[in-house]
Structures are given as structure tokens and as C-alpha cells.
Design a protein around this ligand. Structure first.
Ligand SMILES: Cc1cc2nc3c(=O)[nH]c(=O)nc-3n(C[C@H](O)[C@H](O)[C@H](O)COP(=O)(O)O)c2cc1C
Length: 172
């Protein structure tokens, strides 16, 4: 799949096959895409939590109560520490969330290249997630995505509801 095909075929998946876990090598290729992502001053302030055991999945499922989220055989949580990321001294801007968004994008696109479905989730209950005890206290939990194979016939296959190029591009 070339890059244009990849970015057009990726879409949020909210319909997973619960009976088809992802193989270890596939998961590692996805995680590798997060590992090599760029970050400000190359600080790599992230941690990628791959949650696959029933015991730990049960601990985090209550933080986002959609039935399709319950079906995914894995959940990937992207977290990081403000103390590790680069800060601009002139105004205190901290790049943590920018760095984590880039890593998340790498992960999601790598998953697409493997035929693995994702859905970037930000609307989770952060307090519930913290209560799970799976993450470090000073970690900012930035985003999560279920990882799993989409059920047949669910993908829209590139049909995207987006603004037109002329609405978003300014040629000067
Ligand atoms: C930062 C961010 C947060 C999102 N949070 C959620 C979420 O909490 N729940 C959800 O179902 N989708 C969430 N999405 C998915 C978006 O709704 C989706 O990407 C958008 O509608 C475009 O559709 P597509 O991903 O299928 O191209 C999020 C996406 C982004 C980038």
C-alpha cells in the first residue's frame, strides 16, 4: 500500500472481531512505528501501553463504555510525562501533547498498513483510567485506541466526510 492509499483507507473502526487477536509480530511492527516517531529535541517522552490480558482490559473498559470498545482484543494507551518533554523557555510551551499526537498518528497508520483497525479515543474518563492502577501517577494519559480486526463489511473504504481542499488551503 503506498502512502496515498494508506492515508485514504484509514478510518475510525467501531466494529471489531473479538475472537481474532493480533499476532505478536504484527503488534511489534505497529509499536515500532511509535518508537521511531519524531519528538521535540528527540526527548521521546512517551510510553505505549499495550493492554491484552482479560484482567487488565477489564480494568480499563469502564473508562469508555461503548460496546464496540469492549469487543476489541487489545487497547493501546499512549501516555507521557510533561517532565520528560521539551519546553520552550521563552513562554513555557511544553511539546508533550504534540509529540504524543505524532506518535499516535504513526501507530494508527502503521496499524492500517497491517489491516488492523483503530479508533483514536480522547473522550475517555481519565479519572477512571488512573484508578486502574496500570499507569504511573505523574503520567499524562493522552489517547487510546482499540486494536483489532474490523468485522467484514464495516469499512467505508475511503469515503471521507472532509472539507474541500479549496476550503482549507491558502495559496499565497
Ligand atoms: C484527537 C481525536 C480524538 C478523538 N476522540 C474520539 C472518541 O473519543 N471517540 C470516538 O468514537 N472517536 C474519536 N475520534 C475519531 C474521530 O471522530 C474521527 O477521526 C473523525 O470523525 C474522522 O473520521 P475517520 O477517522 O473515520 O476518518 C477522535 C479523533 C481524534 C483525532
Amino acid at each position: 500500500m503506498d502512502f496515498q492509499q494508506l492515508i485514504h483507507s484509514r478510518e475510525s473502526i467501531r466494529n471489531f472481531n473479538p475472537h481474532k487477536p493480533i499476532g505478536k509480530e504484527t503488534l511489534e511492527r505497529i509499536l515500532e512505528a511509535g518508537r521511531i516517531a519524531p519528538s521535540a529535541a528527540n526527548r521521546q517522552p512517551w510510553r505505549f501501553y499495550l493492554i491484552s490480558t482479560e484482567k487488565n482490559l477489564a480494568k480499563i473498559r469502564s473508562c469508555y463504555g461503548r460496546s464496540w470498545f469492549m469487543d476489541a482484543p487489545h487497547v493501546l494507551v499512549v501516555a507521557g510525562k510533561y517532565s520528560l518533554s521539551w519546553m520552550r523557555t521563552s513562554d513555557g510551551y511544553n511539546s508533550l501533547e504534540t509529540d504524543l499526537a505524532i506518535a499516535m498518528t504513526h501507530l494508527v497508520l502503521a496499524a492500517e498498513a497491517e489491516g488492523v483497525g483503530t479508533c483514536w479515543i480522547a473522550a475517555f474518563n481519565a479519572d477512571e483510567l488512573k484508578k486502574s492502577g496500570l499507569f504511573e501517577k505523574d503520567e499524562h494519559i493522552f489517547a487510546m485506541t482499540p486494536l483489532g480486526y474490523p468485522n467484514e463489511g464495516f469499512k467505508k473504504n475511503g469515503l471521507k466526510n472532509r472539507k474541500l481542499l479549496r476550503e482549507v488551503v491558502v495559496y499565497l
